[in-house]
Design a protein around this ligand. Structure first.
Ligand code: ADP
Length: 230
Protein backbone atom coordinates (compact mmCIF):
# COMPACT_ATOMS: atom_id res chain seq x y z
CA UNK A 1 0.00 0.00 0.00
CA UNK A 2 1.34 3.40 -0.91
CA UNK A 3 0.50 6.85 0.31
CA UNK A 4 1.25 9.86 -1.83
CA UNK A 5 2.07 13.23 -0.38
CA UNK A 6 2.44 16.48 -2.27
CA UNK A 7 0.12 15.26 -5.02
CA UNK A 8 -0.62 18.87 -5.94
CA UNK A 9 3.11 19.37 -6.45
CA UNK A 10 3.12 17.04 -9.47
CA UNK A 11 2.75 18.53 -12.94
CA UNK A 12 -0.55 17.96 -14.71
CA UNK A 13 0.92 15.18 -16.86
CA UNK A 14 2.20 13.47 -13.66
CA UNK A 15 5.57 12.92 -15.35
CA UNK A 16 8.70 14.96 -15.10
CA UNK A 17 10.52 15.27 -18.34
CA UNK A 18 13.96 15.35 -16.80
CA UNK A 19 15.90 18.36 -18.03
CA UNK A 20 18.76 17.44 -15.73
CA UNK A 21 19.84 14.29 -14.00
CA UNK A 22 17.58 13.19 -11.22
CA UNK A 23 18.33 12.89 -7.53
CA UNK A 24 16.44 10.48 -5.28
CA UNK A 25 16.84 10.33 -1.50
CA UNK A 26 15.88 7.29 0.56
CA UNK A 27 14.66 7.82 4.08
CA UNK A 28 13.51 5.62 6.92
CA UNK A 29 14.42 4.22 10.29
CA UNK A 30 17.67 2.35 10.73
CA UNK A 31 16.92 -1.18 9.58
CA UNK A 32 13.97 -0.12 7.40
CA UNK A 33 15.73 -1.53 4.34
CA UNK A 34 17.06 1.66 2.73
CA UNK A 35 20.37 0.28 1.55
CA UNK A 36 18.60 -2.83 0.21
CA UNK A 37 16.17 -0.66 -1.78
CA UNK A 38 18.86 1.75 -3.02
CA UNK A 39 20.66 -1.26 -4.47
CA UNK A 40 17.51 -2.72 -6.06
CA UNK A 41 16.50 0.62 -7.60
CA UNK A 42 20.02 1.21 -8.93
CA UNK A 43 19.97 -2.25 -10.57
CA UNK A 44 16.68 -1.44 -12.29
CA UNK A 45 18.06 1.83 -13.67
CA UNK A 46 21.30 0.20 -14.75
CA UNK A 47 19.32 -2.47 -16.63
CA UNK A 48 17.85 0.40 -18.65
CA UNK A 49 21.33 1.70 -19.45
CA UNK A 50 21.00 4.68 -17.12
CA UNK A 51 24.18 5.93 -15.39
CA UNK A 52 23.64 5.74 -11.65
CA UNK A 53 25.77 6.85 -8.73
CA UNK A 54 24.72 5.53 -5.33
CA UNK A 55 25.90 7.12 -2.12
CA UNK A 56 25.01 7.44 1.56
CA UNK A 57 25.19 9.60 4.66
CA UNK A 58 27.03 9.99 6.91
CA UNK A 59 29.77 9.92 4.29
CA UNK A 60 33.32 8.63 4.60
CA UNK A 61 34.72 12.17 4.55
CA UNK A 62 36.71 13.40 7.56
CA UNK A 63 33.53 14.98 8.89
CA UNK A 64 31.50 11.82 8.28
CA UNK A 65 34.09 9.73 10.08
CA UNK A 66 33.80 11.95 13.15
CA UNK A 67 30.04 11.25 13.15
CA UNK A 68 30.70 7.51 12.84
CA UNK A 69 33.17 7.66 15.74
CA UNK A 70 30.50 9.30 17.89
CA UNK A 71 28.06 6.46 17.07
CA UNK A 72 30.69 3.93 18.01
CA UNK A 73 31.23 5.73 21.31
CA UNK A 74 34.84 6.46 20.40
CA UNK A 75 34.13 10.09 21.17
CA UNK A 76 31.36 12.06 22.82
CA UNK A 77 29.36 14.97 21.48
CA UNK A 78 26.23 16.88 22.33
CA UNK A 79 23.22 16.36 20.01
CA UNK A 80 23.50 19.95 18.77
CA UNK A 81 27.09 19.32 17.78
CA UNK A 82 26.07 16.12 16.00
CA UNK A 83 23.33 18.00 14.12
CA UNK A 84 25.85 20.63 13.01
CA UNK A 85 28.33 17.94 11.94
CA UNK A 86 25.64 16.29 9.80
CA UNK A 87 24.83 19.62 8.15
CA UNK A 88 28.54 20.10 7.35
CA UNK A 89 28.96 16.51 6.14
CA UNK A 90 25.94 16.96 3.86
CA UNK A 91 27.37 20.14 2.32
CA UNK A 92 30.63 18.33 1.68
CA UNK A 93 28.68 15.38 0.28
CA UNK A 94 27.15 17.78 -2.24
CA UNK A 95 30.11 19.98 -3.08
CA UNK A 96 33.35 18.05 -2.71
CA UNK A 97 35.34 18.05 -5.91
CA UNK A 98 36.33 14.37 -5.88
CA UNK A 99 33.05 12.49 -5.82
CA UNK A 100 30.53 15.03 -4.56
CA UNK A 101 26.93 14.62 -5.69
CA UNK A 102 26.95 17.82 -7.77
CA UNK A 103 30.14 16.75 -9.52
CA UNK A 104 28.69 13.30 -10.26
CA UNK A 105 25.57 14.92 -11.70
CA UNK A 106 27.73 17.16 -13.89
CA UNK A 107 29.46 14.00 -15.12
CA UNK A 108 26.09 12.66 -16.27
CA UNK A 109 25.15 10.43 -13.36
CA UNK A 110 21.73 10.20 -11.78
CA UNK A 111 22.18 9.98 -8.04
CA UNK A 112 20.47 7.92 -5.35
CA UNK A 113 21.40 8.59 -1.74
CA UNK A 114 20.73 6.53 1.36
CA UNK A 115 19.73 9.40 3.71
CA UNK A 116 19.63 13.14 3.11
CA UNK A 117 18.29 16.10 5.04
CA UNK A 118 14.97 14.55 6.15
CA UNK A 119 17.08 12.18 8.24
CA UNK A 120 18.46 15.19 10.10
CA UNK A 121 15.00 16.71 10.56
CA UNK A 122 13.72 13.47 12.07
CA UNK A 123 16.72 12.20 14.07
CA UNK A 124 17.80 15.58 15.45
CA UNK A 125 14.23 16.86 15.68
CA UNK A 126 13.81 14.39 18.55
CA UNK A 127 16.37 16.28 20.62
CA UNK A 128 16.04 19.89 19.48
CA UNK A 129 13.91 22.40 17.65
CA UNK A 130 13.26 21.03 14.16
CA UNK A 131 13.12 24.53 12.67
CA UNK A 132 16.76 25.02 13.65
CA UNK A 133 17.69 21.76 11.91
CA UNK A 134 15.80 22.78 8.77
CA UNK A 135 17.54 26.17 8.81
CA UNK A 136 20.94 24.56 9.35
CA UNK A 137 20.36 22.44 6.24
CA UNK A 138 18.91 25.19 4.08
CA UNK A 139 22.15 25.62 2.11
CA UNK A 140 21.91 21.97 1.05
CA UNK A 141 18.22 22.33 0.23
CA UNK A 142 19.00 25.39 -1.90
CA UNK A 143 21.80 23.55 -3.70
CA UNK A 144 19.88 20.36 -4.41
CA UNK A 145 16.35 19.31 -3.51
CA UNK A 146 15.55 15.67 -4.25
CA UNK A 147 13.23 15.04 -7.19
CA UNK A 148 11.79 12.37 -4.94
CA UNK A 149 12.15 11.47 -1.26
CA UNK A 150 11.25 7.82 -0.72
CA UNK A 151 10.28 7.00 2.85
CA UNK A 152 10.30 3.31 3.72
CA UNK A 153 7.81 3.13 6.53
CA UNK A 154 8.54 0.33 8.96
CA UNK A 155 7.41 -0.12 12.52
CA UNK A 156 10.25 0.37 15.04
CA UNK A 157 9.82 -3.27 16.10
CA UNK A 158 10.40 -4.58 12.57
CA UNK A 159 13.38 -2.26 12.06
CA UNK A 160 14.94 -3.48 15.30
CA UNK A 161 14.36 -7.11 14.35
CA UNK A 162 16.06 -6.58 11.00
CA UNK A 163 18.95 -4.71 12.59
CA UNK A 164 19.56 -7.40 15.17
CA UNK A 165 19.68 -10.02 12.45
CA UNK A 166 21.98 -8.10 10.15
CA UNK A 167 24.40 -6.39 12.52
CA UNK A 168 26.48 -7.16 15.54
CA UNK A 169 26.14 -3.97 17.51
CA UNK A 170 23.25 -1.67 18.16
CA UNK A 171 24.25 1.88 17.42
CA UNK A 172 23.48 4.98 19.42
CA UNK A 173 20.10 5.80 17.87
CA UNK A 174 18.72 2.35 17.56
CA UNK A 175 16.43 1.76 20.47
CA UNK A 176 12.70 1.12 20.04
CA UNK A 177 11.59 4.18 22.02
CA UNK A 178 13.89 6.45 20.08
CA UNK A 179 12.84 4.94 16.74
CA UNK A 180 9.19 5.63 17.62
CA UNK A 181 10.02 9.28 18.17
CA UNK A 182 12.09 9.44 15.02
CA UNK A 183 9.21 8.00 12.97
CA UNK A 184 6.86 10.64 14.42
CA UNK A 185 9.35 13.37 13.58
CA UNK A 186 9.64 12.14 9.99
CA UNK A 187 5.88 12.53 9.58
CA UNK A 188 5.96 15.93 11.27
CA UNK A 189 8.67 17.06 8.83
CA UNK A 190 6.76 15.70 5.80
CA UNK A 191 3.69 17.60 6.90
CA UNK A 192 5.66 20.78 7.60
CA UNK A 193 7.34 20.71 4.19
CA UNK A 194 4.50 19.30 2.11
CA UNK A 195 4.43 22.34 -0.18
CA UNK A 196 8.15 22.12 -0.94
CA UNK A 197 9.02 18.44 -1.06
CA UNK A 198 7.82 15.45 -3.02
CA UNK A 199 7.58 12.50 -0.65
CA UNK A 200 6.55 8.95 -1.49
CA UNK A 201 5.75 6.76 1.49
CA UNK A 202 5.85 3.03 0.98
CA UNK A 203 4.84 0.32 3.45
CA UNK A 204 8.19 -1.18 4.45
CA UNK A 205 6.76 -4.03 6.52
CA UNK A 206 6.65 -6.21 3.40
CA UNK A 207 9.10 -8.26 1.39
CA UNK A 208 12.00 -6.43 -0.25
CA UNK A 209 10.63 -7.33 -3.71
CA UNK A 210 7.17 -5.95 -3.00
CA UNK A 211 8.62 -2.69 -1.71
CA UNK A 212 10.96 -2.46 -4.68
CA UNK A 213 8.08 -2.88 -7.18
CA UNK A 214 6.09 -0.20 -5.38
CA UNK A 215 9.02 2.24 -5.54
CA UNK A 216 9.70 1.42 -9.18
CA UNK A 217 6.07 2.12 -10.04
CA UNK A 218 6.28 5.55 -8.42
CA UNK A 219 9.63 6.40 -9.98
CA UNK A 220 8.30 5.37 -13.42
CA UNK A 221 5.27 7.55 -12.81
CA UNK A 222 7.34 10.67 -12.39
CA UNK A 223 10.41 10.08 -14.53
CA UNK A 224 10.36 10.09 -18.32
CA UNK A 225 12.98 7.40 -18.90
CA UNK A 226 13.43 8.01 -22.61
CA UNK A 227 14.91 11.39 -21.77
CA UNK A 228 17.29 10.02 -19.18
CA UNK A 229 19.03 7.39 -21.28
CA UNK A 230 22.68 8.23 -21.70
P1 ADP B 1 18.95 0.19 6.41
O1 ADP B 1 19.89 0.54 5.29
O2 ADP B 1 17.67 0.97 6.34
O3 ADP B 1 19.57 0.24 7.78
P2 ADP B 1 19.19 -2.52 5.36
O4 ADP B 1 18.83 -2.43 3.92
O5 ADP B 1 20.64 -2.59 5.72
O6 ADP B 1 18.49 -1.33 6.19
O7 ADP B 1 18.41 -3.76 5.97
C1 ADP B 1 18.60 -4.18 7.32
C2 ADP B 1 18.50 -5.71 7.38
O8 ADP B 1 17.18 -6.12 7.02
C3 ADP B 1 19.45 -6.42 6.41
O9 ADP B 1 19.87 -7.62 7.01
C4 ADP B 1 18.55 -6.70 5.19
O10 ADP B 1 18.98 -7.84 4.48
C5 ADP B 1 17.20 -6.94 5.84
N1 ADP B 1 16.06 -6.48 5.03
C6 ADP B 1 16.01 -5.42 4.19
N2 ADP B 1 14.78 -5.27 3.64
C7 ADP B 1 14.02 -6.29 4.15
C8 ADP B 1 12.65 -6.69 3.99
N3 ADP B 1 11.79 -6.00 3.21
N4 ADP B 1 12.21 -7.76 4.67
C9 ADP B 1 13.05 -8.44 5.51
N5 ADP B 1 14.36 -8.12 5.70
C10 ADP B 1 14.84 -7.06 5.06
Amino acid sequence: MAIFLSENFLPVSLKIIMKRNFFIAFEGLDGSGKSTQVKLLAEKFKAKGIKIHTTSEPTNSRIGLIIKDIFKHKMEADHRTIAALYAADRLDHLTNKTDGILKKMEEGYHVITDRYYFSSYAYHGVHMDMDWVIQANSLSADLLRPDLNVYIDTSPEISMKRLNRGRNSIELYETIENLKHVREKYFEAFEMLREKERVFITDGNRSADEISSDIWQEVSRIVEFENTLQ
